[in-house]
Design a protein around this ligand. Structure first.
Ligand SMILES: *Cc1c(COP(=O)(O)O)cnc(C)c1O
Length: 965
């Protein structure tokens, strides 16, 4: 046989597949040998029930190279037309400071980090999030802020839910929305209210208190740009014991009196225009602030200050028991993944510009608006309002409006035109003098004779600002040192780097988080995100300007349909939990359409992720828990009995597959059948799609609807706790009930359907990541990824099972793509807890696996296909070494109080300190195995005291002196 390579081999068509998949062919052989099987196929045969195996391969096409993929995607992107956007309505062009663009948004040290559940190795992003909270509190004038929500509109819906929880107007069931709130927010809040069974009235702000309300929402400035003093209206709302919520524009608040100072109980909004690209709708961080009294009702995560073991200030997620694993149907909200990366960008924007810089930017925007308004008024153009911050609304009849819009489009300029009888122009940070001159030309036609410089003098001389005197901001904001120290690029670069260095991300070592699939986020997948053709589109721009997005999203849609075995997909939900919510709404509407609106019971296995019951509660469903048997499978007898019990009222089951216990339940088809027999729908939580793609699919198994976590299986990075995308796939009978949008209609779904996200396509800007992943893997690569995820997980399980009990296994003792090791017997014998093991892993340079979910006292480990055998072996080595340490505690060589596990993690200050009274030596503390020495990662704080932080909740930056102490 000739050794000559084929042209195909020389072209390396499948190059990306072997880059994405960690183990080399030789390593795969070794792992298979360790598992006692002779081929991958044999292992898959032992693992995946044959009844659910796909007969047909995926129809994605062949794997494409990185070069082909990027050049094709560039040609698609170039079909997007980047017009100058004055659309506003919550989205504005912004200059992303380049130091932040390159060192945060484009930096895997920031974007590949996980949610900071292990705070000792996450102090960098926790500090940045604390900056975000401090900034929010300062700017809104309230006492307490959270570390980001998904977008402004969902934050408003969360505000309504909070209002219902805390309002003393217990009998009221009505939420009032001022008619000049952004259209998409009215849409999302109304949808949420419908699910909760709240009434909604939309009307003039002044009429809020005419109703029996538990809360009301206002926009400040209004969507058409008016700046109104709502102090009295807020007081009227509160006199009815109702909660006053204000959606505010973050930039305007640099100049306007804080809504908290006007009396608002909740202030929320989008932080997008603080240096985060519009990205055709997202992802962006929403900010959310409220009164200290409502802290137990706050949705989402809060970062708090606590102490570490040595008494140093250390940051952590406060009140973590509020997190999704614990509160379940009692949760304040179903939010899990938030928008950490984007919150960090906005916080860094504020750090970089500082209070003076931000104020200057806001003043410049406002000055241009004043010049525009003054010029237009001088020419007799009718303006809707006498006040403004950045948005000027022109009153115009249809003919006028059409003519102006036509001239605008000819000049590649977009105005907001979705309100009858008017159009609006929202100015922004990127607006220049030349732009204002162009705007005059567009609105007035050539030869208007207006001069920007002359108008500027007039505005300055007469002190024209559009801001009522009573609303001029006069307090200091952002006085903390963090906002006043890093204004040179050198200082900023080092600050970003200093924080990055404190955090362990995927660019350091494997993060084996069961259920969260922390796989490779390839650089080629990330590159398109910051192309201007994708980054700089407004979500409400005319569809013909977004053809590139439409092409890319249609292809992605079709691929996801093929992968899931469903008939249609909605890309709107911007997190997994939000997908659950959208899917449950679809189920509910489907039942209603058949005259079965009374079906309201949701069966949920006891092992379910906490977002499942939380989402069911948001859809006003009654949760009935189904038990699991001793093997971790759904107890079929219990399921039959419960389904029988509620039969007439059964809405659906929410089931995760493979189960959260990490096994392919053999009876999954039966589970679907039982539920269908009682007229219920099957919601399959798709977070574990990494064990399904190309091998089986929810649609083919018999499920009706699923969300996917594109930020797990489909390579969107976790961002340190967001962004995410949680599209839902549905069978055709549910397709008409998927989310629509009130500004940009979504094809294929019913007219009246509400939106679940602010933007019609949710976090569109990060969809190219999943698009590129699927394109570069192709049908063959995607299937291989799943198979290798199973090989890696089984190899790891096999090796660890010699040292730790493995809690659940499926047929042939195999696991799916993850496994749970049980630390409870060891705790019983030694006193060492799963927490000690998690913290000790940091000393070995690893992030802990998922802790105590779905079973308390366990670790759930998911290596993913992207980790090589070398890295997996390093992890195994660490776990074996830790097991030996536990043995020394068991046999009394080390006491329970004095051993490297309970003192973990070890910082440099701890190990190098003058005192050392430990039962183990200093070197061993930090370098327990030889491989650690090559690449030591030092936690920057010792073990953090959770209880202290919750008892003394501080969620803004502590004064610098306390750091020094
Ligand atoms: C991650 C996850 C979710 C929630 O997804 P988010 O994007 O964090 O909202 C739901 N179910 C399971 C099983 C998950 O692992």
């Amino acid at each position: 046989m000739s050794n000559a390579k084929s042209l195909e081999q020389l072209e390396q068509k499948q190059d990306f597949i072997r880059r994405h998949i960690g183990p080399s062919p030789a390593q795969v052989s070794d792992m298979l040998a360790a598992l006692g099987v002779s081929s991958v196929e044999e292992l898959i045969g032992q693992t995946v029930p044959s009844s659910i195996r796909l007969e047909q391969g995926l129809q994605i096409g062949e794997s494409r190279t990185e070069v082909e993929t990027l050049s094709y995607l560039k040609s698609v992107a170039s079909k997007n037309k980047v017009f100058k956007s004055y659309i506003g309505q919550g989205y504005h062009p912004t200059h992303v400071p380049n130091v932040i663009l390159r060192n945060v948004l484009e930096n895997p040290g920031w974007y590949t980090a996980y949610t900071p559940y292990q705070p000792e190795i996450a102090q960098g992003r926790l500090e940045s999030l604390l900056n975000f909270q401090t900034m929010t509190m300062d700017i809104t004038g309230l006492d307490l802020a959270s570390a980001s929500l998904l977008d402004e509109s969902t934050a408003a819906a969360e505000a309504m839910a909070l209002a219902k929880r805390v309002s003393k107007a217990k009998k009221a069931n009505l939420f009032f929305i001022a008619e000049d709130v952004h259209t998409q927010t009215i849409d999302v809040v109304t949808t949420r209210a419908e699910q909760f069974g709240f009434e909604v009235v939309v009307g003039p702000a002044s009429e809020a208190a005419n109703h029996e309300i538990f809360g009301a929402l206002f926009q400040y400035p209004t969507t058409s740009g008016e700046v109104v003093d709502i102090t009295d209206i807020i007081a009227q709302v509160q006199s009815k014991k109702a909660i006053a919520c204000v959606a505010a524009d973050i930039m305007s608040l640099m100049l306007l009196k804080a809504p908290g100072k006007l009396g608002a109980d909740v202030v929320l909004g989008s932080a997008q225009r603080f240096g985060v690209p519009m990205g055709y709708g997202g992802p962006h961080a929403a900010f959310f602030a409220t009164r200290d009294a409502y802290k137990r009702s706050l949705p989402g995560r809060i970062i708090g200050v606590s102490k570490d073991r040595l008494g140093n200030d250390a940051l952590r997620m406060a009140m973590q028991t509020r997190e999704q694993h614990i509160r379940r149907e009692k949760a304040n909200s179903n939010i899990c993944t938030a928008q950490v990366l984007l919150a960090n960008m906005a916080a860094f924007y504020a750090v970089y510009h500082g209070p003076q810089g931000l104020k200057t930017i806001a003043e410049r925007i406002n000055r241009f608006a004043s010049i525009l308004a003054t010029g237009l008024k001088a020419k007799g153009v009718a303006l809707k309002h006498d006040t403004w911050f950045d948005t000027i609304t022109v009153v115009a009849d249809d003919a006028d409006k059409d003519a102006v819009v036509a001239r605008a489009v000819a000049n590649e300029v977009n105005f907001a035109i979705n309100h009858a009888g008017e159009y609006s122009i929202a100015l922004n940070e990127t607006t220049t003098r030349g732009d204002i001159a162009e705007l005059f030309d567009i609105i007035l036609g050539e030869g208007h004779g207006l001069d920007v410089a002359a108008l500027d003098s007039e505005v300055a001389a007469n002190g024209i600002s559009g801001i009522p005197a009573s609303l001029v901001r006069d307090d200091e904001v952002l006085t903390h040192d963090n906002f006043n120290s890093y204004h040179s690029e050198t200082e900023m670069l080092r600050y970003i780097k200093r924080l990055e260095n404190k955090d362990l991300a995927l660019n350091h070592s494997m993060i084996s988080l069961g259920s969260c699939t922390m796989k490779l986020n390839a650089t080629a997948e990330m590159i398109p995100v910051t192309w201007p053709e994708f980054a700089e589109l407004h979500p409400f721009c005319p569809l013909e300007q977004a053809q590139g997005y439409q092409v890319m999203m249609t292809e992605l849609h079709d691929w996801l349909v093929n992968i899931t075995g469903y008939d249609a997909v909605s890309l709107q939900p911007n997190s997994g939990a939000q997908g659950e919510y959208a899917g449950l709404i679809a189920i509910r509407k489907y039942h209603e359409s058949r005259g079965e609106g009374h079906r309201n019971v949701c069966l949920i296995p006891s092992s379910a992720h906490g977002t499942n019951p939380a989402s069911a509660q948001m859809a006003s469903m009654k949760v009935v828990v189904v038990g699991c048997d001793s093997d971790g499978n759904i107890d079929l007898d219990d399921l039959r009995a419960k389904a029988e019990d509620v039969s007439e009222n059964l809405s659906c089951i929410m089931v995760t597959y493979p189960s959260t216990h990490g096994v392919y339940e053999e009876a999954i088809r039966e589970v679907c059948d039982i539920v269908h027999q009682h007229g219920g729908q099957v919601y399959m939580d798709g977070a574990n799609m990494n064990a399904q793609v190309g091998v089986t699919s929810p649609g083919s198994i018999g499920s009706d609807v699923s969300h996917l976590n594109l930020h797990k299986t489909f390579c969107i990075p976790h961002g340190g706790g967001g962004p995410g995308v949680g599209p839902i796939g549905v069978k055709s009978h549910l397709a008409p009930f998927m989310p629509n949008h009130s500004v940009i209609k979504v094809a294929g779904t019913n007219e009246g359907n509400g939106a679940v996200s602010a933007a019609p396509y949710g976090s569109a800007a990060i969809l190219p990541i999943s698009w590129a992943y699927i394109a570069m893997m192709g049908s063959e690569g995607l299937k291989q990824a799943t198979e290798m995820a199973i090989v890696n997980a089984n190899y790891l399980t096999e090796q660890l099972s010699k040292h730790y009990p493995v809690l659940y296994r499926g047929r042939n003792d195999r696991v799916a793509h993850e496994c749970i090791i049980d630390l409870r017997p060891l705790k019983e014998a030694s006193g060492i807890t799963e927490m000690d093991v998690a913290k000790r892993l940091m000393d070995y340079g690893f992030h802990a696996p998922t802790m105590s979910f779905p079973v308390a006292g366990t670790l759930m480990i998911e290596p993913t296909e992207s980790e090589s055998k070398v890295e997996i072996d390093r992890f195994i080595e660490a776990m074996i070494s830790i097991r030996a340490e536990i043995a020394k505690v068991e046999n009394g060589e080390w006491s329970v109080e004095n051993n490297p596990l309970v003192f973990a993690p070890h910082t440099q200050a701890d190990v190098l300190g003058n005192e050392w009274d430990r039962a183990y030596d200093r070197f061993y503390a930090a370098f327990p195995v030889a491989s650690v020495a090559k690449d030591k990662f030092w936690p920057t704080v010792t073990r953090i005291d959770d209880v202290y932080g919750d008892r003394n909740l501080i969620c803004s930056c502590p004064a610098v002196e306390t750091y020094a102490e």
